[in-house]
Every structure is written in C-alpha cells, then in structure tokens.
Design a protein around this ligand. Structure first.
Ligand code: PLP
Length: 225
C-alpha cells in the first residue's frame, strides 16, 4: 500500500525548503517502491543489506538508495557498487571499510556520521568524543574515496515533545560545530538527517535537511521494526 496523498503533501512541504525526503521502504514489496517511483520519487531508504541488494536488482537503475540501518563491515562490499548515501557510519573501522570498497568500485561514496542523541540505551551512534576521534583520523587524509556529508540521528521514541526537540537541537548543534571546525569552507558537509514519521515536524523546525519517512507513506509495519 502506498499513500500517494501523504507523499504529495510531504513533497510540497519539503521541496520548497530544500529538504530531501527519503522514503523508507524496508520490509515493503518492490511493487510499493515502484508505485512511488512512477510518481517521480527517487530517494529510498533500506535497513538490511540483503533486502537492499535484492530490491536494487529488481528496480530501476536511477533510484538513489540510502542505507540507513546498522551496517556490518563484512557486508559493505555488497552495497558499495551502487549505494547513494550511507547514513549510519558509527565507527572508524566501518569508515575504513567503506573507503576500501569504494576504491575497488572506483567510486566516491557519501556517508553521514550517526550521532547518538537519544536517552534510550539501544540506539547506535557515536558520542561526541568518538566523533572527534574519528574526524581526527579522517582529517589525516588517508580516506580518499569516502566523503563525509553530514550527520544522522534518531531521537528517543517518546511522547515527550520537549525531550525529542532537545535531542534534535543537540544533533543540529553538533552538525553546526563540525561544519565550523572540521569542514570549514567545505560546502559538501551540508546534510543533517533527522526526523521520521512520528517526529519529522519537530526535526524540520530544528533544522533537518533530510527526513526518513516510512509508515506515513507505506502504512504501519508489522511487526514494527
Ligand atoms: C525505520 C526507520 C525510519 C522510518 O521510520 P517510520 O517511523 O516508519 O517513518 C527512519 N530511520 C531509520 C533509521 C529507520 O530504521
């Protein structure tokens, strides 16, 4: 099921603001993706490597595939030849592995650093110390086939709007600080990926430039993942 009215509403809100809508299609059949593709949508997000690879083979070649889930180093190779943007770099070892396979595929791969902002213990991501550690290595210049485009984060799954807002605010502060320290004058560091179906309005108010939305477009997932 695809909710095209919701899609049109979201696009007409985001397009004028220059916000990219990533349609999160994990667990959805290829037909649903194709239906949105036919309407003109190109950015789709997936969480699982196997599923992404299968869908990429079945669907049109000009789809921009975003990888948004936790990524194991031994699976990077499978998506390196085609992935548009990896949102979930949360350790140096993964960055090095992406660089290696990007080079083998003769590509430059764009990535985001996943930052830990939620109070919940279960979410992946770098804390502020780890980000600095990673960027100090990156600034050394040995990763030539990977380009850090910005940050990604997930707020707590909470009804408390003030808490969610504070978490997004923190992520946006990290984004701005990194822009002004490690990426000064580098215009490509311009993506702050935050906001999902339940909290994208708050994320946009706090400066999101890319939202990742699944359930609003494709209906509720069962079981919820
Ligand atoms: C599943 C998922 C989304 C989309 O969630 P919805 O609530 O369905 O919009 C966004 N980002 C990440 C990282 C996800 O895993």
């Amino acid at each position: 099921m695809v909710n095209k009215t919701a899609w049109q509403d979201l696009r007409s809100t985001f397009d004028p603001q220059g916000i990219t809508l990533v349609a999160v299609s994990k667990t959805r059949p290829a037909e649903d993706i194709h239906a949105l593709y036919e309407s003109g949508h190109r950015d789709f997000g997936e969480n699982y490597v196997q599923e992404l690879v299968e869908k990429q083979q079945q669907l049109p070649g000009d789809i921009r595939w975003h990888f948004i889930g936790h990524l194991q180093t031994n699976k990077v190779k499978q998506i390196a030849p085609f992935v548009q943007l990896i949102h979930s770099v949360d350790r140096l070892k993964l960055l090095a592995e992406i660089d290696k396979h990007a080079k083998n595929s003769d590509r430059m791969i764009d990535v985001l650093l996943q930052i830990y902002i939620a109070e919940e213990e279960t979410k992946f991501g770098l804390d502020e110390k780890e980000v600095i550690h990673l960027l100090d290595h990156y600034a050394g210049g040995s990763y030539r086939n990977v380009r850090i485009r910005g940050v990604m984060g997930m707020a707590s799954f909470s009804e408390d709007e003030q808490q969610v807002r504070a978490e997004f605010k923190r992520l946006h502060d990290v984004f701005r600080n990194l822009q002004q320290t490690y990426f000064l004058g580098k215009g490509y560091f311009d993506i702050c990926s935050m906001g999902m179906s339940g909290d994208y309005k708050i994320a946009v108010e706090e400066g999101s430039t890319m939202v990742r939305i699944g359930s609003l477009l494709f209906g509720a997932r069962t079981p919820s993942v």
